[in-house]
Design a protein around this ligand. Structure first.
Ligand code: SAH
Ligand code: SF4
Length: 362
């Protein structure tokens, strides 16, 4: 048995061909899966019964079982603990944002790309637990479809606080859950292509963000893909000494290499890069760090997201205080580097950035 979400449209086409079913069924099946969001094959009412039996015998739809969930106190954030077919677990988060000055109200899903992570950033709960395995493209898609199904059933409207009831729909996907998506490159891109397909669930590429710790060869490869997704790069420090202290992969891909790859990416795609900077008190938040970051990023098509560190079990980093953060932003502004302080959600239920792990502490 295999998850049908693992199959691209082309692969479903060849599957039908190989098994002597008419290939024009491909787009019908695709629409049932990703537009009608069926959960069982026998809901594909227009399809012949022998094809339904073939599909039901060999495949299932979606590979996750939600074994636990939790809602934040302010009812803005919903976190799930999912069991995968081999018993491993991952976490996924949905955040409900009210409208602000620039943007409409929106729901964003923060999804995982690996079980654990091998890269060991010192402030990250996923990094602290080490690497177990890659997620398949079907397991990546399943996280999105699971939440799309809950959304369709009106689940979030009843469970979460919904300041603007008129707004419906999960609109954004960020690869900021467990794992390093560019270390699971093929499955991540395959999943994005299926989710982006306009015959199906039709997630706009511009509403999908990949966050990477800075794997240089993959950033360069991504620049050549024909998909207009957003790229976020976790920079966290403006010099190699500071960065290596918290982001071990910096030894392999030091800052000069990383910035060079980012510049090439921007040149090729004409797209802005979002730099993520987790502020760690006394570690990377001095005016000197801000100045170096300003010098590094000035004249680049980019935006900096400053993220006060979220607590994790195994680290003792503290958030920088408000004045230090404002000062940091002021210095960046002098270099004409735009920045935002990220609105974090669900911290007390460990659903914030870098807090996802596979522990069942619900
Ligand atoms: N591996 C990718 C994506 C997953 S982490 C990456 O590192 O970019 C998503 C974001 O959460 C990254 O920017 C990461 O640096 C940040 N993060 C990790 N631990 C954090 C913590 N304790 N507090 C705040 N952000 C954290
Ligand atoms: Fe892995 Fe990203 Fe966490 Fe670093 S921050 S350990 S790359 S998930």
């Amino acid at each position: 048995m295999n998850d049908i979400y693992n199959f691209s449209k082309l692969e479903i086409h060849s599957l039908l061909e190989k098994n002597n079913f008419p290939t024009y069924r491909t787009s019908q099946i695709w629409r049932y899966l990703y537009k009608n969001q069926v959960k069982k094959f026998d809901e594909m009412t227009n399809i012949s019964s022998d094809l339904i039996s073939f599909l039901a015998l060999n495949f299932y739809i979606g590979s996750l079982v939600e074994i636990n969930n939790i809602i934040s106190k302010d009812k803005s954030t919903y976190k799930s603990l999912f069991k995968l077919p081999d018993g491993k677990v991952i976490e996924t988060v949905l955040m409900n944002y009210p409208s602000d000055n620039h943007r409409k109200p929106r729901k964003t899903i923060c999804i995982s790309s690996q079980v654990g992570c091998a890269l060991g950033c010192t402030f990250c709960a996923t990094g602290q637990q080490g690497f177990t395995r890659q997620l398949t493209s079907g397991e990546i898609i399943s996280q999105v479809m699971y939440y799309k199904n809950l959304e369709k059933e009106g689940f979030f409207d009843s469970k979460l606080k919904n300041p603007e009831k008129s707004y419906k729909g999960v609109k954004n996907i960020v690869f900021m859950g467990m794992g390093e998506p560019l270390a699971n490159y093929d499955n991540t891109i395959k999943a994005i292509k299926s989710l982006n397909d306009d015959l199906g669930i039709n997630f706009g590429a511009r509403n999908i963000t990949i966050s990477t710790v800075g794997l240089v060869p993959q950033i360069l490869k991504l620049a050549d893909e024909e998909i207009q997704i957003n790229l976020a790069v976790s920079i966290h420090a403006p010099d190699n000494k500071t960065r290596t202290e918290t982001v071990p992969i910096n030894k392999r891909y030091p800052i000069e290499m990383l910035i060079d790859a980012c510049k090439k990416y921007i040149e090729k795609t004409n797209r802005k890069i979002f730099f993520e900077y987790v502020l760690l008190e006394g570690q990377n938040d001095s005016p000197e760090h801000a100045k170096k970051l300003g010098l590094l990023l000035e004249n680049m098509l980019c935006h900096v997201n400053l993220i006060p560190v979220n607590p994790t079990i195994d680290s003792e980093y503290k958030r920088s205080n408000k004045d230090v953060i404002l000062d940091f932003q002021r210095i960046l502004k002098k270099f004409r580097v735009p920045s935002t302080l990220r609105m974090e959600k669900g911290i007390e239920v460990s659903a914030g950035c870098g807090q996802l792990a596979n522990t069942n502490n619900y």
